[in-house]
Write a protein that binds this ligand. Structure first.
Ligand code: GAL
Length: 784
């Protein structure tokens, strides 16, 4: 044990050395290399070129004129919006095509005799990967992670080249924006002949109580050598504070070429349960030794929790009944496209949680592993979904997954389930969204069953569902299809799902995709048999919009993360924290959309103001220019509280009360034309890390600091010091301004800039200027 700990420290030190050498392209020899697994980020120093390039897979190919960059990288988001781009409405009218990436690197001769693998978390799309000109594999689906073994093709102690060809030239290939490129992380992993296979650990918790938990661990060991070995597998469990709380050793003989699953059962006393409020994470440490020499070691994060669904009352986590309040998300985050720094998701998750959301559906494909780690850390209930089509096509997706389903469903499903099955946040696997195959014949049944069986074989702990489409037309509620599902998931048509659950009281049911309407909400609210809803969507996403729009208004928040009226309406329905927000109809006499300002554009003619107030308080008092407009109770149907006033400039304030006590307040004032730029940042300290960014939010204000929404103008962003500007946006759906620039027009007086550090120490200064406005700046510190 002590030797192993000592070696681990030594390994860490050597690992640092190796990373330095590999990144700097130096040859490394005569070093004392770690004896077990080495994981090296392979994100830096790639060369990229759009278009197809004959012979670009070869090691000696001349790529000096190519663009040097680091990945994750989405080249589509850097392009221009154009109505004629073949991605069309699905891809947000952004460019597509073929692109090549190449990375040359020296590999230490000391790695000879070991096993070297490369991991891609996602390649968009139709990838071909080469090492020194040799083809390693082809993979159509852009959302799955993959591993290739490089061992036999490497030139040890010399230079090597990985080349990746990506092709999304056949369009339309998707109903939403996919991005293009090596848009997720890449890693190099060095192992020994005897090692834990890729995604080869599975920690689950079949028995959980407050006193103790049973942890069941499967570890897939592989012997790639030509001799037999007696192997020790030692599994340690560390609690969230890092104490060793359980340990199990197993000895096994592994024949040459043998791969074997080892089961171990461990006990954890007084477990700290993973829950939504307190998402406690344990670490499982798997150590593989031969004759006391460490061969492989791997850390798997997992959570100790129990869950189940009941037909009449829905979802239970650790015995507690929880209503699922979910959103669907696509994998892009607006201005950064598909290559999303984790800090943006973190900010978005905070926004979702702040209005009461507790669940996420990955629509309609697997996401990046660190996205799921964030769900684990922040406490979300996740539905992991594999496909948007099986064999039948969908509108606007002529070159979609239906062309690959037969050949790839099995391999892709394996990659998804094996990679993701340790995440405590995942509670369901969905094997399809609104599948258009005929589900009323034997082939439809068979296609369901084969996927269902495979998911259960790889992970027997989670129910399988799918987002059924128009079930009564598809006949799936009558023909026995829904009976096969662990959870009957259905999109929209909430009353049909409700009726099905009444007609089939043994079914466990969930809304896999839902609209924002109050009618849908009331079905959720009043029927505990519906385990939950997943709103379409949490944030506006790129694509699925008709020119001139490039994104649609589906989100609770817009593409830049700004709120909409429905953000607050949903908060009033789903949040437990007291809230109140005043809106008025944009035009007088109740015409137009809702806005949360007291500054009409038609100032002189705006007369009768129609007010709608969203609140979860029992009652509201509205005060207009100091005078009470009366107290009104929250309607039982949770519709907004309405008032009508003759418009006057000034101030309007709503006070929310529960049990007679003031618990929430919202006030709006009439704004003058803007003279100032108010800045705030999602974080004021950054690390020098690709995943860490700050979202700087801009609001035009008048001289009194009141948000001034009606005088939009272009702003110029200037980032100085030790940082860089990544992208700008304003959330406006029909804007065709590029994201990768330093000028952005405001929309309703708002815009954002995304900023990243480029040094380990120092400061970043973000300055924003615009005509007729006082320049403003905000400082962000860097702290490693
Ligand atoms: C659903 C579909 C989603 C999205 C949505 C737009 O039917 O599952 O992917 O297209 O419609 O309203």
């Amino acid at each position: 044990m002590t030797t192993i700990i000592y070696k681990k420290w030594k390994n860490l030190f050597t690992l640092l050395l190796i990373s330095i050498f590999i990144f700097s392209g130096c040859m490394v020899d005569d070093h004392d290399y770690p004896s077990s697994r080495i994981t090296i980020s392979f994100n830096n120093d790639w060369m990229f070129m759009e278009g197809d390039h004959d012979g670009a897979q070869a090691r000696r190919f001349n790529d000096r004129s190519w663009r040097a960059l680091n990945v994750p990288h989405d080249w589509s988001i850097e392009g221009e919006f154009d109505q004629n781009n073949p991605t069309g409405r699905g891809g947000g009218y952004l460019p597509n095509g073929i692109g090549w990436y190449r990375k040359s690197f020296d590999i230490p001769s000391a790695f000879e005799g070991r096993r070297v693998f490369i991991h891609f978390d996602g390649l968009m799309a139709n990838s071909d990967v080469y090492i020194n000109g040799e083809h390693l594999g082809h993979r159509p689906y852009g959302y799955v992670s993959m591993e290739y073994e490089l061992t036999d093709y490497l030139r040890y102690g010399r230079s090597n080249t990985i080349a990746v060809r990506l092709d999304n030239s056949k369009q339309p290939a998707s109903r939403w924006y996919t991005g293009a490129g090596i848009y997720r992380n890449v890693r190099l992993i060095v192992k020994n002949d005897v090692h834990i296979d890729n995604w080869g650990t599975f920690f689950s918790t079949p028995k959980v109580s407050e006193e103790s938990a049973t942890v069941r661990v499967f570890t897939t060991l592989k012997n790639s050598s030509e001799i037999s070995h007696q192997v020790h597998l030692n599994t340690l469990i560390h609690n969230p504070t890092g104490d060793l709380v359980s340990e199990k050793g197993t000895v096994i003989d592994l024949a040459p070429g043998e791969k074997i699953d080892i089961e171990q059962i461990l006990e954890v006393l007084n477990p700290q349960l993973w829950s939504l409020d307190s998402p406690q994470l344990y670490k499982g440490i798997s150590q593989v030794t031969i004759d006391n020499e460490l061969q492989d070691d791997l850390v798997t994060n997992f959570g100790i929790r129990s869950f189940h669904f009941e037909p009449a009352t829905g979802f239970y986590l650790n015995g507690e009944n929880i209503r699922i309040k979910g959103v669907c998300l696509h994998h892009d985050a607006g201005a950064v496209g598909a290559a999303v720094p984790l800090a943006i998701w973190e900010e978005r998750f905070n926004q979702l949680q702040s209005i009461g959301i507790n669940a996420i559906r990955l629509s309609h494909n697997p996401f990046a592993p660190e996205f799921l780690e964030l769900c684990d850390r922040m406490g979300f209930i996740v539905m992991n979904e594999s496909f948007d089509t099986w064999r039948a096509r969908k509108n606007h997706g002529d070159y979609g997954y239906q062309h690959h389903f037969d050949e790839w469903w099995e391999e892709d499903t394996r990659s998804i389930v094996l990679r993701d099955r340790n995440h405590p946040s995942i509670f369901m696997f969905s094997i399809g969204n609104e599948i258009r195959d005929n589900l009323d014949n034997e082939q439809g049944f068979e296609t369901f069953r084969m996927q269902y069986d495979l998911v259960h074989k790889l992970d027997g702990t989670r129910p399988v569902t799918m987002g059924l489409f128009r079930p009564n037309q598809a006949n799936v509620y009558q023909n026995g299809f829904a009976e096969m599902m662990d959870i009957v998931g259905q999109n929209y048509r909430e009353e049909e799902l409700l009726q099905a659950s009444i007609d089939n009281p043994h079914w466990k049911v969930i809304g896999t995709e839902n609209g924002h309407t109050r009618q849908a909400y009331l079905i959720w609210r009043d029927n505990p048999a519906i385990a939950g809803h997943f709103l379409w969507t949490g944030f506006d996403y790129l694509g699925e919009a008709d020119w001139p729009e490039v994104s649609h208004d589906f989100g609770l928040f817009d593409r830049a993360g700004f709120t909409k009226p429905r953000t607050y309406e949903r908060e009033s329905w789903w949040s437990d924290k007291p809230m109140i927000r005043i809106f008025r109809r944009e035009q007088h006499l109740g015409e137009g959309g809702l806005v949360d300002d007291w500054t009409p554009t038609d100032f002189d003619t705006y007369d009768e103001a129609h007010i709608e107030i969203y609140t979860n308080c029992d009652e509201v008092e509205l005060i207009f220019n100091g005078e009470s407009q009366g107290v009104r109770k929250r309607p039982a149907d949770h519709s907004p509280i309405r008032y009508r006033l003759t418009y006057q400039p000034g101030s309007i304030k709503a006070i929310g009360r529960i049990d007679g006590k003031d618990v929430a307040i919202h006030e709006m004032q009439t704004a003058m034309p803007p003279s100032n730029i108010a800045l705030s940042a999602s974080k004021t300290t950054l690390k020098n890390d690709w995943d860490d960014v700050a979202i700087v939010r801009v609001m035009l204000t008048d001289e009194n600091g009141v948000h001034s929404p009606n005088f939009d103008r272009p702003l110029t962003f200037n980032v100085s010091g030790n940082g860089e500007l990544i992208a700008v946006d304003n959330g406006q759906r029909d804007s065709h301004e590029p994201f990768k620039t330093n000028v952005r027009r405001t929309s309703r007086g708002q815009a954002i800039a995304i900023v990243r550090a480029n040094a380990d120490v120092g400061q970043i200064l973000v300055s924003v200027s615009g005509e007729g406005l006082e320049e403003s700046s905000i400082e962000i510190n860097i702290n490693q």
